[in-house]
Design a protein around this ligand. Structure first.
Ligand SMILES: Cc1cc2nc3c(=O)[nH]c(=O)nc-3n(C[C@H](O)[C@H](O)[C@H](O)COP(=O)(O)OP(=O)(O)OC[C@H]3O[C@@H](n4cnc5c(N)ncnc54)[C@H](O)[C@@H]3O)c2cc1C
Length: 407
């Protein structure tokens, strides 16, 4: 069991990297050095998906570099080694079956079955309390877009707008959407039965409304006594703080618990570019400070309502991660309160994860897995994030170098 310590800092690299061999460290150092070259990442993220699609022989290179850093394995069984290693250091795992961008009913059903298999597997492991899902893995993107368009007609009442928009679908589309809901329902019900939480990822703003609507309905059904279903709130959007407040009121009225995963958001450039191209107001905050401000405000709100909200602090931001700790202390709540959990992506910010775990916080790594070709979009986002987010690569590299020198 981790020993609670009084002051938490994130600069102890001995704790941060105790789970990694010397060879692992050298590998990460090389990779983060490469990713600190924006031109290389720009070319790499354009060429890699194309090369993989064309069947060019780059699999071994990818497997031994970026895949090894950010992914748990190609199969569920392969993730075991990673999750056992994390467990030895008091860190949990959120399993993320990382297949993206596959459309068609057969693929959607297959994804549902895989998520259910992942939940059952998680329930059999000591340190996998959650799994994450993407609705676009089980629904046609264009259908989500169409439902969202319909929801625009009723902006005053979110749930009514959702129901009204379903009436605008053709009969075939209505049936198609019912199948999507049935898939999500099957996953949430298995999660509830097996005691494994289901985190619904947030995606692009132009398909997010139906995802939010179905997430709320699932929470209403499955979050009665304990929290099984979590929705994700992207605080880089300027409308999300008030949306979180509205959702909370909806949960209170319906007498169920809110599961809230707080993130800043992963699609900033894409969101801004689309808004500019199509001539509508960007949904993204004007600057980073505004995103940070809303993130921390959302965090404070959730921690103040831990009796009714289970909050997941999904961030690599050191200040926000520590702010959650200071809020708990201020409110005289235990660091291992059952309604708060921190999480970072596997391969990033080990200094936050392992120092929080050592202090007695409930913390996990978000661990994607899946065939190499299927996790390419995820890998490309990680590469971009580690160059576009100024400072992230520098920080990782500095800590890794510091630890190698210490050893
Ligand atoms: C466990 C986990 C789960 C996640 N799940 C999701 C998910 O479901 N959906 C999703 O979209 N993302 C998800 N993310 C990614 C997340 O949204 C962020 O992209 C990433 O974590 C970086 O933000 P940060 O809080 O860690 O740190 P920071 O480095 O403090 O923040 C970087 C973020 O700030 C925002 N930002 C940067 N510059 C500006 C600017 N000029 N103006 C406005 N905002 C700016 C962007 O969102 C950027 O990614 C997840 C992350 C984690 C750790």
């Amino acid at each position: 069991m981790p020993t609670p310590t009084k002051t938490i800092t994130f600069d102890n690299t001995e704790i941060a990297f105790a789970h990694r061999s010397d060879q692992d460290l050298s590998h990460s150092i090389l990779l983060f050095r490469l990713m600190s070259w924006p031109v290389l990442v720009k070319i790499g993220t354009r060429l890699t998906p194309w090369m993989v699609k064309k069947g060019l022989p780059i699999s071994t290179l990818l497997r031994n570099t970026i895949f090894r850093q950010f992914v748990g394995g190609e199969t569920l069984a392969e993730t075991r080694k990673v999750s056992d290693n994390l467990h030895a250091f008091g860190v949990d795992v959120i399993l993320d079956y990382g297949v993206e961008g596959k459309e068609g009913e057969a693929n959607f059903d297959q994804a549902r079955d895989e998520f259910i298999r992942v939940i059952r597997y998680a329930a059999s492991c000591p340190n996998i309390p959650f799994i994450s899902i993407k609705v676009t893995g089980m629904a046609r993107f264009a259908l989500l877009e169409k439902i969202q368009e319909g929801m625009k007609s009723n902006r005053t009442n979110f749930q009514k707008g959702y129901l009204a928009s379903l009436n605008l679908l053709t009969q075939d589309e209505q049936q198609e959407w019912e199948r999507v809901c049935a898939r999500l329902n099957a996953i949430a019900s298995t999660g509830a039965k097996e005691g494994v939480g289901v985190l619904i990822d947030a995606e692009e703003s132009w398909i997010q409304d139906p995802i939010d609507a179905i997430a709320l309905l699932l929470m209403q059904q499955y979050n009665r006594e304990r929290v099984t279903v979590f929705n994700t709130y992207q605080l880089y959007r300027h409308d999300r703080l008030s949306f979180l407040f509205d959702n909370f009121k909806f949960c209170q009225r319906g007498d169920f618990l809110l599961g809230a995963k707080l993130v800043r958001g992963a699609y900033m450039e894409k969101e801004r570019a689309r808004a500019q191209k199509m001539g509508y107001e960007s949904p993204i905050q004007p600057d980073k400070r505004a995103s940070d401000w809303d993130y921390d405000a959302a965090l404070a709100f959730c921690v103040e309502h831990l009796d009714q909200i289970f909050v997941m602090v999904a961030s690599h931001n050191e200040q926000s991660s520590l702010y959650a700790v200071s809020l708990l202390r201020e409110l005289k709540q235990a660091l291992d309160h059952p309604h708060i959990h921190w999480s970072q992506l596997y391969g990033m910010s080990d200094n936050i994860t392992f120092n929080l775990a050592k202090a007695g916080c409930s913390v996990s790594k978000y661990l994607p897995f899946g065939p190499l070709t299927d996790v390419i979009p995820y890998l490309m986002r990680r590469a971009q994030e580690n160059t576009s987010v100024r400072g992230q690569t520098g920080r990782e590299l500095r800590l890794l170098l510091q630890e190698r020198a210490r050893r």
